[in-house]
Structure formats: structure tokens, C-alpha cells
Design a protein around this ligand. Structure first.
Ligand SMILES: *Cc1c(COP(=O)(O)O)cnc(C)c1O
Length: 821
């Protein structure tokens, strides 16, 4: 271990503040702190920077060694391609994985500041929207920790996920300049820069051997500049790489204009190139069809594949016969699926492989993960955009499609409708490229992210593809890393678990099962409660500061944090809060268990209904909290700017986790797993991974309600929300309050769209249908929470049963069944 070696060296070097190289953590911290202007003044931000740089330096040796080892191609190398990596902060996680926490605390002593405060100064790397991006981040941690050779490829957005402010109850978006103080973790590596072409036209030519080739000419080229971030494994010396691409202008930009004397115009045109990686698109589960987004996708895909191929050619030459044994590309949704025709282009146009060999390589290295069934999230790009921006790529897609449609014709002879239905090109007034179809056709593996999700994919959306190629389809239920989501974010529970079980659970979460044997132990129960209470006290401070609402840690903490989307049904939660409010005002308080309800999450800036739900939550919160009688029993807050760092404080402090999506709509969910690991009980529908959580923990430790996916489907077409409203006096009262304008007295009619949505027979989310069942489940929650000892046992059971939802388990599945790494 490097830490031990360093300790030995430090004995002789610790007193030298300017030693070179300075390889102990405290030595380099001193060095970085004295590298300023030599005065005593420093900001806490500088101290964070110095510590992060020192920690990074500790990784450099192992980082280099990991690379050297991986470039010998003894094991398969995985490229994880994703437009999003929602990493959050890196310092705390690095210290945990590298076992440098004690050393850091000691090194910080002379600055009279504690580690937690320094950690809080790091800006979140918010390069993702929500679950999909966070999954990529959890996977990177698991791969490194399981000693799998993986490179994450992504985009170095200048502006990450917007910061959310709440003004008068409305969401306001603020740009997230996460790089404003610099990024101490990244290393710019110009030797890995590549050129990505756009626009231009294609040209056929005959080479000296008489072969017909195609070249893509008159292109507008953009530099992809490589920035590497270290991904340390958990105490195993492996440091993987997250390589993020930044777009830059080439040096010979617009030489023509330059020569005509338009020097300033030419320099200004740099902007066009640099726009590509300027900002993350803030749409979760919906596509906006903007051309710049497609540019980002191609930019990432091309840069990453060129990087892989350059590496191969450097070590193995231009014989690609062993390539497919050495590489696999996992596509995180269809966002990077343009990598498929791009790999074909590079192999055929640049390395002159025949089509069949190139296709064989492509189809044995590409694997696609689907993340959603929502039709609005399925990517389709107008053919016209491709024609202009990526003419060579479009030709290749046409060729792939023509050959593939031959197979379709074979499988369904004489069925012309099938050809149109399954074509990668959707015909119509505006023809489109169907990216999911392209991904399925070219991938050897197509996976869903939870059992139900995969089942719905193969029986619905992708049924015909499943008929054609059943062997491609498989399920890999999502998971979350127990390093960040338990060991790091919940040090109190961590210490308790380790004291009871040893620390093996951090690498093998199934060890938590052993808790079941001691779940009756009175001292464990007491300590478990003490931990939860202390975590709730901590969260209370955050809520007071961020929302101006005083939560009471003796009350139940009932939490729903996730992106705001109609299918996730924050509305159902808000309606239940209104119901409790009404009950309390009516004096029906006997059965009420005091609770603090927290909702948090961002709405896509263009998603009006989601933004209105935020407004409703804030208005209801205002009414609830300003009524002194009500707030004895109920408090309600909307937390602004939900992000990874917020979740690290929230999930350890939650009693009840709300996972209440309309059945069949949430592909998996991962927030649900973070809560479960940290001992929250779940109130939830039979959706996504909730189903598997319920299986693990048992019905007696889970609050199940609502229609299942089949029932939702069968109700569609003759759904009558007004019948459900009439049948429930509680829902009727809630609707009356809402319709009376009680929550918007000075803002007449603003919530009408929400009221209409609830009462619409075509409401896809069927909120009214599930209200009564949800309310009854909440009554059971309240009864269960009264028996604090039994609640605690249920909480222990949830943590104990969460082993299956470690992303280590998920990654073991990818490794063994897909990557064969
Ligand atoms: C885990 C996580 C998510 C995903 O939450 P779901 O409840 O699964 O939608 C989204 N955002 C952040 C910041 C997360 O940490």
C-alpha cells in the first residue's frame, strides 16, 4: 500500500515545506499552501484546493500503474459511454477509498478547521440530470473497487446541472459555474486530443489498389481536448479514469476568412466550436430535439472511439482481428448510440476494413442499456439534420438499415408493414432516425434496468426485436455504491455496522444480512435510534437554513426527493399533505402521527407542469407551516437545489421514503435504494426496483399501495377520475380545498392546470385512482411509527436486506454476462 510507504518517507521529509517531490499528504498540503504569495492569508477555498491536490498526488503513482497494466490488454477493457456523470463531490469519497481520512484530519489540525467544513467547500460535479447520470457515477466506483478495467467517457460541461432557486414559490434556474474556482482533480492530457469533423460532404474515390473508398471532406473540425479525472477503487490500488472531452477550436480555424483580413471574425468563430461542451441539457426523461444536443452526442462518441482506436493502433498496430476480444462499449441509453455508425466509419474509411469485418467488430463490442419506456424520451433525429451535420454518418446508417431490413424481410416474409414498423428510418413528412432501433440492431446486448422494466420492454416497446433476437435481451437491475451511499454519507450508522459486523460490508453488502440475527438486540435498537435521531438533527439544520422551516427531529421524516415529473407523482404526495392539513384543521388529530414532509427536486426548465407542481408544493407548505395548530402535527418544506450532496445528508435522516410513481413508468429508481440502505422504510407502488426491494425485505416491512402495471394498462381508455373522487370523501375534501383557491388566494386560477389534470379521463398518471390506496397505506405507516421499537426493527431489516442493491452486484452482472471482462 502506498500509504505505508509514504509514512516511512515522511519521517525524513515532514519538516521540509518545499521538498520536491513531496510525497506525504501533509507534506504536499504544506507545500501547496506555501506556493501562494508567501503570505499568511488564505481562503478556505484555497485550503480545499490544496488538500484535493495533495490527495490527487497520492493517486498519481497508482494511476500510472493502472494505465500501464491495462494497456497490456490482458483483460478486456470497458468503455462506459455516457452524456452524463453525476459525480457530486470527490474529496470525501477519495479519502474513504484511499484510506486517507485520518491523515487528512491530522494534516488539517494546524489550520484549525475540520475536514467536514473543507469537504463542504467543493462544488458538486453536477454533470448529469438525475438517476441515469448518478448510475454512471456509481458504476465507476464499483468498477474501480472490483478491479475492472473501465474508462468512463463523458463531456466536460462548462456549466453543469442548473442551480435551482425558489422565488415566490417558483423555480428559478441559475447557471452552475462549477469550474469557477478551478477543478483540482482534473488533469489535461493534450497528447490524447483528437479532431472531430462536422458538416462538409462525402466523396467516393478509387485507391491505388483499385478499391472504392469514401472520404468525408470539407469538414468543419473541432478539437476534443482530453481532461482526466481519477476514479479510485476502494482500498485496492486501482485508479481508473473518467475522461471528459472539452470542445475547442482548431488552430487553423477559418483560415479563408483570416486571409481575407477578417481576423477578428475568425477568432470570434472559435465560439462556435467551444459552444459544443458549454452546457448540460437539463432534460430528464424527455428530448428537446435541439441540434446542439446531437452535436454533443457525436462529439463525445467520435472523440471516445478515436481515443480507443488510437490506443489500439499504438499498442497493436492496424490488425483489428483481436479488437473485439479487447474492448466493449457500454452505451448509457441511446445518447451515445451514434458511436455505432462512427465506429463503422473509422474502421471502414480510416483503417480500410471491409464492411463485414467492421460490422462484426461493431456488433460484438456495442452493448446498449435502455432507461425508459416513456415515449417522449425516445430519441429520434430528423434525417435532415444528419444530412447537413453528419453526412457520412447518415450514409452509414442507411447502409446498416438496408442490410438489417433484409433480415427483417426474411423473418417476416411478405409483411411489408413490418419493414416500415421496424426500420431505423421512420418515414413520414419529416423522416427521422430512430436511435433506439439503431442501438438494438447493432448491439450484442440490450438490457433494461429492473425486472419489470425489462419485461415491459420485451413484451411491449421492443417486442418485435425480442422476437427477432431474444438472445440479445437481458436484465441488470440498477444499484448504488455503498461506499458513497452508506460508508461515506452515514458515518454514524457505518460505525455502528462495523462495530457489529466488521467492515466487510463495505466491499460485500450482503454481509448486512447478518443484522437480521441481531435485530431484536435491545442495545442495537437503542443505538440504531440514536443514530437516526442524530442524523435527523443534522438535516434539521440544513432545512432551517435552506427553507426557513423548522423541522422537529422527534417527528417522522417523510421524504420525496427526485426530479419533478408527473409520472413520479409528487402531486399524490402533496394531495396527501393537503389531506392531513384538512384533518388537523377539522380537529381529527387522534390518529395523526406528527410528521415533517420534505419534497425536493428540479423541474426541466421547459416543463411547465412540473414547475407548477413546485409552486403548489411551496404554496401548500406556506399554509401548513404558518398555522400554529397544524404545525404541531405537520410541517412541510420544499428543499431548493436538490443534488448529490444534499442527498448525502437527506437519506441518512429519512424515516419514510416515497417511491410512488405510476406503476410501469419508473424504469428502476435508485433513490429508493439509497434510502433503504440507510434504514428508511418505503411507501411505494409495484414499479421499477421497488418490486425487487419488496421481494428482499418482505411485505411486512414495506408499505405497498396502488394499481400494478397491468391494472394501469387495463384501466386506460375507460379511466374515470371523477368516480374515484366521488368514492372518497377524503379526496373530495382535498379537491374542494384545492378548487376553492385556498392555497392561491392572491393568485387566482394558477393551479387550474393541475386540477384539470387530476380530473381528466386521459390523465396518464392516474393520480386520483391511487389516492385512496395511498392514504390507507399512510395510515398504516402512522400506526407502525407509533410502535417505535417495531419500526426500528423494520428499519434494521431494510438495511439488512439492501445487499442486492449494491452497484457491485449490478456490475458483477455486467462483467460476467455482458462484458465477459
Ligand atoms: C439518486 C439520485 C437521483 C435518482 O433518484 P430517483 O428517486 O431514482 O429518481 C436523482 N438525483 C440525485 C441527486 C440522486 O442522488
Amino acid at each position: 500500500m502506498s500509504a505505508k510507504v509514504n509514512k516511512g518517507k515522511r519521517a525524513t521529509k515532514a519538516t521540509l515545506s518545499d521538498c520536491e517531490p513531496c510525497d506525504s499528504l501533509s507534506g504536499s498540503l504544506t507545500r501547496y499552501m506555501s506556493n501562494g504569495l508567501g503570505n499568511e492569508e488564505y481562503s478556505e477555498q484555497q485550503l480545499f484546493h490544496a488538500l484535493a491536490l495533495s490527495v490527487r498526488d497520492q493517486m498519481l503513482n497508482n494511476w500510472r500503474q493502472t494505465r500501464t497494466k491495462d494497456s497490456q490488454y490482458q483483460t478486456k477493457h470497458v468503455a462506459y459511454l455516457s452524456l452524463e456523470f453525476l459525480m457530486g463531490r470527490a474529496l470525501g469519497n477519495a479519502l474513504l477509498n484511499l484510506q486517507l481520512e485520518d491523515e487528512s484530519r491530522a494534516a488539517l489540525q494546524q489550520y484549525a478547521i475540520d475536514l467536514e467544513e473543507i469537504e463542504s467547500l467543493e462544488h458538486d460535479a453536477g454533470l448529469g440530470n438525475g438517476g441515469l447520470g448518478r448510475l454512471a457515477a456509481c458504476f465507476l466506483d464499483s468498477c474501480a473497487s472490483m478491479d475492472i478495467s473501465v474508462t468512463g467517457y463523458g463531456i466536460r460541461y462548462e456549466y453543469g446541472m442548473f442551480a435551482q432557486k425558489i422565488v415566490d414559490g417558483y423555480q428559478i434556474e441559475r447557471p452552475d459555474r462549477w469550474l469557477r474556482d478551478g477543478n483540482p482533480w482534473e488533469v489535461r492530457v493534450p497528447k490524447h486530443n483528437v479532431i472531430v469533423p462536422f458538416f462538409g460532404r462525402t466523396q467516393v474515390y478509387i485507391d491505388k489498389d483499385g478499391r472504392r473508398n469514401t472520404s468525408w471532406v470539407d469538414t468543419q473540425d473541432v478539437v476534443a481536448a482530453a481532461y482526466d479525472m481519477p476514479v479510485p477503487g476502494y482500498r485496492n490500488d486501482r485508479i481508473n479514469t473518467l475522461r471528459l472531452w472539452k470542445s475547442e477550436a482548431t488552430d487553423d480555424f477559418d483560415l479563408k476568412e483570416f486571409n481575407q483580413g477578417d481576423y477578428t471574425e475568425a477568432v470570434a468563430s472559435k465560439n462556435l466550436a467551444e459552444q459544443i461542451t458549454m452546457v448540460l441539457y437539463p432534460n430528464d426523461t424527455s428530448e428537446n430535439g435541439k441540434e446542439l444536443r446531437l452535436r454533443q452526442q457525436y462529439f463525445l462518441s467520435s472523440a471516445s472511439l478515436q481515443d480507443l482506436l488510437n490506443n489500439w493502433v499504438m499498442h497493436q498496430g492496424t490488425d483489428f482481428s483481436g479488437f473485439a476480444k479487447a474492448y466493449v462499449m457500454q452505451l448509457n441509453d441511446t445518447h451515445p448510440s451514434i458511436a455505432i455508425p462512427e465506429l463503422m466509419r473509422l474502421l471502414v474509411d480510416k483503417y480500410f476494413l471491409g464492411w463485414d469485418q467492421a460490422w462484426s467488430i461493431t456488433t460484438s463490442t456495442m452493448a446498449y442499456t435502455n432507461h425508459t419506456l416513456l415515449p417522449e424520451a425516445l430519441e429520434r433525429w430528423p434525417v435532415r439534420i444528419f444530412e447537413q451535420m453528419l453526412p457520412r454518418i447518415l450514409e452509414i446508417i442507411y447502409e446498416i438499415n438496408a442490410r438489417y431490413l433484409d433480415d427483417v424481410a426474411h423473418h417476416w416474409p411478405g409483411d411489408g408493414k413490418m419493414l416500415a414498423k421496424m426500420s431505423i428510418i421512420e418515414e413520414g413528412e419529416v423522416p427521422h432516425v430512430r436511435m433506439a432501433y439503431l442501438a438494438i440492431v447493432a448491439s450484442f446486448s440490450v438490457n433494461g434496468v429492473a425486472g419489470l422494466h425489462t419485461q415491459l420492454l420485451t413484451s411491449g416497446l421492443f417486442k418485435h426485436f425480442y422476437d427477432l433476437w431474444p438472445e440479445k435481451f437481458n436484465n441488470r437491475t440498477n444499484g448504488v455504491t455503498p461506499r458513497r451511499w452508506l460508508a461515506h454519507c452515514n458515518p454514524r450508522l457505518s460505525a455502528l455496522l462495523t462495530a457489529r459486523l466488521g467492515d466487510g460490508w463495505v466491499k460485500n453488502l450482503h454481509h448486512l444480512q447478518k443484522l437480521k440475527d441481531v435485530a431484536e438486540d435491545v442495545t442495537l435498537l437503542t443505538k440504531w435510534q440514536e443514530v437516526k435521531l442524530a442524523n435527523k438533527v443534522d438535516l434539521t439544520h440544513m432545512i432551517a437554513k435552506e427553507c426557513g422551516v423548522q423541522f422537529d427531529p422527534t417527528m417522522m421524516f417523510d421524504v420525496q426527493v427526485k426530479r419533478i415529473h408527473e409520472y413520479k407523482r409528487q402531486l399524490l404526495n402533496i394531495l396527501h399533505v393537503i389531506h392531513l392539513y384538512h384533518q388537523i384543521q377539522q380537529g381529527n388529530t387522534d390518529d395523526i402521527v406528527p410528521r415533517c414532509v420534505l419534497i425536493g427536486g428540479k423541474a426541466a426548465p421547459g416543463y411547465a407542469m412540473a414547475k407548477l407542481l413546485i409552486k403548489l408544493a411551496n404554496n401548500v407548505a406556506h399554509m401548513v407551516n404558518s398555522d400554529p395548530l397544524v404545525s404541531r402535527y405537520l410541517r412541510f418544506a420544499f428543499l431548493p437545489n436538490y443534488n448529490v450532496s444534499a442527498m448525502e445528508k437527506i437519506c441518512p435522516a429519512t424515516d419514510l421514503s416515497e417511491q410512488i410513481s405510476t406503476a410501469g413508468k419508473e424504469a428502476s429508481g435508485t433513490g429508493n435504494m439509497k434510502f433503504m440502505m440507510n434504514g428508511a422504510l418505503t411507501i411505494g407502488t409495484l414499479d421499477g426496483a421497488n418490486i425487487e426491494m419488496l421481494e428482499e425485505v418482505g411485505e411486512e416491512n414495506f408499505f405497498l399501495f396502488g394499481l400494478n402495471a397491468n391494472e394501469v394498462t387495463s384501466l386506460r381508455g375507460h379511466y374515470d377520475p371523477n368516480r374515484f373522487i366521488a368514492a372518497s370523501s377524503d379526496l373530495s375534501h382535498v379537491m374542494e380545498l384545492l378548487e376553492s383557491g385556498h392555497f392561491n388566494l392572491l393568485e387566482p386560477e394558477i393551479f387550474d392546470p393541475i386540477i384539470h389534470a387530476i380530473k381528466s379521463p386521459s390523465d396518464p398518471w392516474m393520480t386520483a385512482a391511487d389516492f385512496e390506496s395511498y392514504r390507507l397505506a399512510q395510515v398504516k405507516v402512522a400506526i407502525a411509527y407509533r410502535d417505535r421499537e417495531n419500526w426500528t426493527k423494520m428499519s434494521i431489516y431494510n438495511t439488512a436486506s439492501s445487499g442486492r442493491f449494491s452497484s457491485d452486484v449490478t456490475i458483477a452482472g455486467y462483467r460476467d454476462d455482458i462484458w465477459r471482462a
